[in-house]
Design a protein around this ligand. Structure first.
Ligand SMILES: [Zn+2]
Length: 118
C-alpha cells in the first residue's frame, strides 16, 4: 500500500465516524416512557428499571433492558403488540383501537410529577 492509500482510508474513517457520531446524537437514547390514554397522560416511568405496566383494561406494556414494547393487548388489530421495541427519543407505539400511546423521551415531560412528589 502507498502512503496516499492510508491517507484515503483515514479520511474515509474520519467521515464515517463523524456521520456515526451525528447519527447517534440525533437519535439519542430515551430515558422516560410516557403513557397516555385518550390523549391524557396517565403515567411516566424511567426506562432504567424493568417494569410491567397495565394500561386501561386490555393493554400491558413492558419496560425491559431500556426498551419499551407492548407485551399484550386486547385490540383486534394487534398492531401495537407487533410493533418493534422503542428506545430512541421521540419514538412511539400507538394502539389505535384502545387509544393508548406509548412515547419515549430523553427528558421528563411532566414537571408537575416532581412538584406533586415534593
Ligand atoms: Zn393495539
Amino acid at each position: 500500500m502507498k502512503k496516499n492509500d492510508f491517507m484515503l482510508i483515514a479520511v474515509i474513517l474520519a467521515v464515517a465516524g463523524a456521520v456515526w457520531l451525528f447519527h447517534s446524537f440525533s437519535s439519542r437514547q430515551a430515558d422516560y416512557l410516557t403513557v397516555s390514554v385518550d390523549g391524557a397522560i396517565v403515567g411516566e416511568y424511567p426506562l432504567s428499571k424493568d417494569l410491567e405496566i397495565p394500561i386501561g383494561k386490555g393493554n400491558i406494556c413492558r419496560i425491559e433492558d431500556h426498551k419499551v414494547f407492548m407485551a399484550s393487548a386486547d385490540c383486534p388489530d394487534q398492531i401495537c403488540v407487533h410493533h418493534t421495541a422503542i428506545q430512541a427519543d421521540g419514538e412511539t407505539i400507538i394502539c389505535l383501537p384502545n387509544k393508548v400511546t406509548l412515547t419515549v423521551h430523553h427528558t421528563k415531560q411532566q414537571s408537575e410529577v416532581d412538584t406533586i412528589v415534593s
